[in-house]
Design a protein around this ligand. Structure first.
Ligand SMILES: [Zn+2]
Length: 293
């Protein structure tokens, strides 16, 4: 079912020590890949749409499709507005019926991030107190684009989330989830030295400071080695965002199919879906959310 109350599902994951993967999508085809696998492995469904993805898909269209998949499968379904960077974008997603919102003020100066995040939280709560709200503190590496970089892209220590600021931030804004920077980038860097290395101690330090008041989110989950994903979950990450790896799988298989002169959309798109399903299954099994419904 399309969840009315979305906070509980993250709390349950946090209490039981597993994470839920947010899969970014911009079309019904991609949603299908996520749903098919979630059904197979019995995992909750969490879709994400960035501003660009939402603009392409249509916010209301995404909500209606998410509702339909929730009804059809009986799986808990969450739809998150990923990286909404303005009050207008937040409003647009809430009005369309999103049951989860991520307001990203991480590029703003600290106090301004708090002010704008609080403004978004107050507004969302006044409309529907059941919506789970994510804030972001610290800077994720990269340009913001979820793509493959051939140059070296890293997140250096000056961008990481400060544990003391984290507790101050959540107390003053009232967010339910916090996106943190602990070494990931948006996208994947294929250059030498571009491998992602998560700062595990930082996750533990932040987790300890927050004392269960807020759940932790890892952005830029693509390209992070499997062992590091598992360790991050062990240390308290409850939501992991994955986008680039899905795009690479989906577009790669479609390209191959088109090169073989396939012209039937439901055939070349299906090739993309099948390839994307492999990534979805792999990530769900790493997160431990399989068998949790
Ligand atoms: Zn992100």
């Amino acid at each position: 079912m399309y969840l009315k109350e979305t906070k509980e599902i993250f709390k349950k994951a946090s209490d039981s020590g597993y994470a839920i993967i947010q899969f970014n999508i911009s079309s019904a085809d991609q949603m299908k890949a996520v749903v098919e696998i979630s059904k197979k492995v019995k995992a909750p469904v969490l879709f994400g749409t960035s501003d660009g993805e939402r603009k392409f898909f249509g916010a209301r269209q995404a909500v209606e499709m998410a509702k339909l998949y929730g009804e059809e499968t009986g799986l808990p379904v969450i739809l998150n507005a990923d990286h909404a960077k303005s009050f207008e974008k937040v409003k647009e997603a809430v009005e369309a019926g999103y049951n989860s919102i991520h307001f990203d003020g991480s590029e703003l100066e600290y106090e301004e991030n708090i002010r704008q995040t609080k403004e978004a939280v107050d507004y969302i709560k006044s409309i529907d107190a059941n919506i789970s709200i994510e804030g972001e503190l610290g800077r994720i590496g990269g340009t913001g684009a979820s793509k493959v970089f051939t140059e070296k892209v890293v997140a250096d220590e000056s961008m990481y989330t400060d544990p003391l600021q984290a507790i101050d931030f959540i107390e003053r804004t009232g967010v339910d989830r916090l996106g943190i920077s602990v070494g990931t980038i948006h996208g994947i860097s294929t250059a030498v030295g571009g491998e992602e290395n998560l700062k595990m101690e930082r996750i533990s330090e932040i987790k300890e400071k927050l004392k269960g008041k807020c759940v932790l989110v890892l952005h830029g989950g693509s390209g992070v080695p499997s062992e590091q994903i598992k360790e991050a979950v062990k240390r308290g990450i409850v939501k992991i965002n994955v986008n680039t790896e899905l795009r690479v799988a989906f577009s790669g298989a479609i390209k191959k199919s088109l090169n073989e002169c396939e012209t039937t959309p439901y055939k070349f798109l299906d090739a993309g879906i099948k390839e994307m399903e492999k990534v979805v299954e792999d990530k769900i099994l790493l997160s431990g959310s399989n068998g949790k419904i």
